[in-house]
Design a protein around this ligand. Structure first.
Ligand SMILES: [Zn+2]
Length: 154
């Protein structure tokens, strides 16, 4: 009797992966990605926090059109949901937070706000330890953001 194995899928686009692609991608980038998505995300994955990447893939798996490290020439958002005009910043530990970093955060929030984007700040500890609640709440947040009466509606 022959058993059918469920193919491993690319975490970013859901394409089926060969065994070689899976092995290479997980060992090199830490995530199962097809060659095209490896190429697209490689540099971003290397420079983005583990929690940001984890949240990106969790939201992507929920079918949300998220972009990782979206650069709009003035600022870079950790995760951006253009259709909802929401940027997500995954907060790093505050132990070395200084005046310059705090002001840079405020400026990024301001420039995004100027373009009609709301910045949602998610503590990285929440992503690390309570990812299901974090994702559920973000989904609710996006639903409210897309309601017609919302200032930020889609
Ligand atoms: Zn892919």
């Amino acid at each position: 009797m022959r058993t059918t194995r469920t193919p491993h899928l690319c975490l970013n686009c859901n394409e089926a992966l060969t065994g070689t692609e899976l092995y290479y991608s997980v060992n090199r980038l830490g995530h199962p990605l097809c060659p095209s998505c490896q190429q697209e995300l490689k540099s971003k994955l290397e420079h983005t926090s583990r929690e940001t990447v984890k949240l990106y893939f969790l939201l992507k798996q929920k079918g949300i059109a998220v972009e990782l490290e979206k650069d709009d020439h003035y600022t870079t958002a950790d995760i951006s949901i253009v259709s909802a005009k929401v940027n997500i910043e995954v907060s790093r530990p505050q132990t070395n937070y200084n005046r310059c970093e705090a002001l840079a955060d405020l400026k990024r929030t301001y420039y995004s706000f100027e373009k009609g984007y709301y910045t949602l700040r998610i503590p990285n500890a929440l992503v690390a330890y309570d990812q299901d609640d974090a994702v559920s709440f973000i989904e609710e947040f996006l639903q409210v953001s897309c309601q017609p009466q919302s200032y930020y509606h889609c």
